[in-house]
Design a binder for this molecule. Sequence first.
Ligand SMILES: [Zn+2]
Length: 445
Amino acid sequence: MAKKQEEEPVEVRLPPVTLIPMGSPDKQQDQANLLAAKQSPAFPIANGLLAHCLSRRGERLMLDYAAQGVAVRFEIDGVWMNGDPMDRQSGDAALAVYKKITNLNVQDRRSRQDGKFGAEFGGGKYIADFTSQGVKTGERVVITFRPKKPKFHKIEELGMRDKMRQRFKEQIDADTGFIVISAPAGGGLSTTWNMALETADRFMRDFVATEDKDHKEDEVINVNPQYYNRAAGESPADVLPKMILKEPDVLVVPELTNAETVQMLCEQVNKFNKLAITKVNAKEAAEALLKIFAYKGPAAELAKAVTAVLNVRLIRRLCDQCKQPFQPPPQLLQKLGIPAGRVQVLYQEYKPPPPEQLIDEKGNPIIIPVCQKCGGVKYVGRIGLFELLVIDDQIRAALTNQPNLETIKRVAKASGHRTIQEEGILQVAQGVTSINELQRVLKQQ
Ligand SMILES: [Zn+2]
């Protein structure tokens, strides 16, 4: 009896998600869609699946429809996890519910359909972007939950250490310079960009930004954007001259786009002592520098202008409720470069006891309840591993004479620069994350 109850899926005990129908230009139609969806016998299944995803802090839910059933996956902190598969009949009925509340065609299982609906759960409000697309094996559905309020407000909340934050603040609050923010594709660039701008003193200085009108950045107080039309062949260089006339202190250009833009910014930094800030997708700071150079702007001017690169890589935090301490063997500490005697324990992700220990004296199976905090994911949330590369004369010389990854990294290291890997090992030593997770993150392309 007790066993039966414990085996019930988590979603049975979850409160329902409040669904807000969207997609119809007509509010009444939206309400009629919601009513129809609620009348479906599959409504509790459809709703429970969303609740299950959101309760585990899932950012995306993916459903793969095939003849034999429906595979369910959740993306949590950037990692896909398998959920319990559904039988095809329940899966089809749940999909009809989602399509109904997004005002899409329930019958169409082939064309690509996009829509959205609102969702409220556990005090959080989300916009859920819905996409369905017929594929060879059946149909693929992805629901992406976007929180209405951003998750982080300050860069230290993303895990930046105090000392580095002070160093970064000196750079971004400097009168003049050229600052690059970078992260791997899909790995926290927009969050770090917003945090970097939030960190900058924007009250004593005039900030102007130029953005593609089709790719607007999140709003940051006291940063005033002017738009160019990239689809029509324009670049920041088309609007910068007009912006420069107003003599702003800081030029924010999220995408450099071309050599002309790089040249204009270098001129503003080197001749007129302005500050320029940009961003680029890159795995590490040295690569970000090379990508900025790849726009083929004036290399010597750019090497002179650039002052700092802040690179980030997101790493999952071990769940502090279920993480397991272990005594690291000396060889492991040596491999990680942690001095002997510095740490007594490291932490690893939860591993259940071996099956032979999961039987009581009477031979009955022992059921270990799922961790309440992480729901069995073993990790909760992410922090950034930050790499702040402050450009000195040695790096400038390398950029001018030997602009390649290995040389820049070697010169940076000689100047005492700490890499993402070293930052990661610090977090492992402090028990924030695991060696496994660090290895996973460092392997990311
Ligand atoms: Zn846990």
